[in-house]
Ligand binder design. Structure first.
Ligand code: NAD
Length: 478
């Protein structure tokens, strides 16, 4: 039954001789899928444009009902979706369960959108009605990453559809099933009319075809800054609306009055959750001098005690990275850090896609470990002496996604936070967090100044239309 469901889901893309979906924990082939070509993107975009008008014309209750049913179906079948997240992405069970829960929230938020007022009556000539209303853009292209593949796609797909757009989604090729095909199956089962939502599996070629397609009004991209730049040039050059949610090198600042055990737990969670493969990961742990060594010791103890293994067959805190290449990249980064003068206190072992949680100290500005995203479970500690120095260190990055401060003095933390150049700021927490109803977006090279989520979604996925109505047309002076 489950197998049949999965085969139905893969549908026309199923091809055991084509690109393989691999379980990163053991290299097992889960499915073979044909990857989409620019011709497939063309077909999807044309069909989406055709279907969008009727979708937008549906009574709002019918549009809302699709997301209500989808949320219910997802909750009822959470095991199926979580199972794919675990096998296809190396998510541990708790992370997979958390991801499903935020996708359910995103669907429930989308359920509420069609019933919200979508316009304003404006002051004008008394004989004239002047108003503005939010209109769907048409067809929105969504390009999504591998790390939280369902949520990071659905956080764009659901609100875009709810406003009355059609959507063409290109997920990461390594997570095509959880990041795309299962979503299409879910929305179809929930009653989304045919043609309104398309998934085109594929890599850069399909993504670039989406960015330049004349039917696409907007690209919503979540992924690396390097690819975001390319997408910005391609789609921006064609004057499409752009939403770019990109990388981050996020500082967790631990002040000298913080509780050390709590700080160690926050640091380990921020650096190691989902093997560090999170844009908001605590990639820099800035620690005040007087508590540095004691905190480092506690983080080392945590790192050594986190069980690592194949999440399909057991409960672990650390699963595999997305693939062996990411494991090799993490080992290289660690070696470079040591060559540049950092000290490895623990971790870094493991083979293939498995990488033991590591703790580095003596990480200083100018080192790659200070500047680059790890996307691996590495806690990198940097010392500071004054609050001003912490601010300077935290701001010395091209990115500007998230920051967090741990201190018993909330006013001291708030004063520091006001000077941090990030889109997200957490006081007495670590850097990773998304509650779905909050606007989410980064500054600097972490994005293009847009936000997604909560109140930001209307601005993101619609455009104002200003309308005036006179009772009858009048003569002008000439
Ligand atoms: P990536 O940029 O390599 O890939 C993301 C997506 O872009 C994939 O679907 C990929 O197939 C596609 N793609 C690759 N080249 C393309 C091209 N030339 N044209 C169009 N599409 C193309 O990202 P990744 O390394 O897989 O993901 C990790 C990155 O994503 C990290 O930098 C992380 O910080 C970032 N991220 C950001 C957020 C956020 O909300 N800010 C969330 C998660 C991940």
């Amino acid at each position: 039954m489950r197998r049949q469901l999965e085969l139905d889901m893969a549908g026309p893309w199923l091809d055991q001789s084509a690109s393989k979906i691999i379980d990163p924990a053991n290299g097992d082939v889960l499915l073979g899928l044909r990857m989409g070509t620019p011709a497939d993107v063309d077909v999807a975009c044309d069909a989406a444009a055709e279907a969008q008008r009727a979708w937008f014309d549906l009574p709002w209750e019918q549009r809302a009902g699709v997301f209500r049913r989808a949320a219910d179906l997802l909750e009822q079948n959470a095991d199926l979706y979580a199972g794919w997240l675990i096998r296809e992405t190396g998510s541990v069970g708790a992370k997979a369960g958390f991801e499903i829960s935020v996708v359910v929230k995103a669907l429930r938020e989308a359920t509420a959108m069609p019933s919200q007022p979508s316009g304003l009556v404006l002051p004008s000539d008394p004989a004239k009605l002047s108003f503005c209303r939010r209109m769907p853009l048409g067809v929105v292209g969504v390009i999504s990453p591998f790390n939280f593949p369902i949520y990071l796609a659905m956080r764009a797909v659901a609100p875009a559809l709810a406003i009355g757009n059609a959507v063409v989604l290109k997920p990461d090729p390594r997570t095509t099933v959880s990041g795309g095909l299962l979503m299409a199956q879910l929305l179809k089962a929930a009653g989304l009319p045919d043609g309104v939502f398309h998934v085109v599996p594929g890599g850069a070629e399909a993504g670039e075809a989406l960015c330049v397609h004349p039917r696409i009004a907007m690209i919503q991209f979540t992924g690396s800054t390097a690819v975001g730049r390319k997408i910005g040039a391609l789609a921006g050059g064609r004057l499409k609306k752009l939403s770019l949610e990109l990388g981050g090198k996020n500082s967790l600042i631990v002040l000298d009055d913080a509780d050390l055990d709590v700080a160690a737990s926050n640091a380990a969670w921020g650096a190691y959750l989902h093997q560090g493969q999170i844009c908001m990961a605590s990639g820099r742990i800035l620690v005040q001098d007087s508590i540095h060594d004691a905190l480092a010791e506690r983080i080392v103890a945590k790192a050594k005690n986190l069980p690592m293994g194949n999440p399909t067959i057991g409960e672990y805190a650390i699963g595999p990275l997305i693939d062996e290449a990411q494991g090799t990249k993490a080992r290289d980064l660690l070696n470079v850090a040591m060559a540049e003068g950092a000290t490895l206190l623990t971790g870094g072992g493991g083979e293939g896609a498995f990488f033991e949680p590591a703790v580095l100290t003596n990480v200083t500005p100018g080192m790659r470990a200070f500047d680059e995203e790890f996307f691996a479970p590495i806690a990198a500690l940097t010392r500071f002496s004054t609050d001003d120095e912490a601010i300077e260190l935290a701001n010395s990055t091209e990115y500007g996604l998230s920051a967090a401060i741990l201190s018993k003095s909330v006013s001291r933390a708030l004063a520091i936070g006001r000077r941090l150049q990030t889109g997200l700021l957490h006081i007495n927490d670590q850097t990773v967090g998304d509650e779905v109803v909050n606007p989410f977006g980064g500054r600097g090279k972490s994005g293009n100044g847009t936000s997604i989520g909560g109140p930001a979604n209307w601005d993101e996925f619609s455009q104002w239309q200003w309308v005036t109505v006179k009772h009858e047309a009048q003569q002008y002076p000439f």
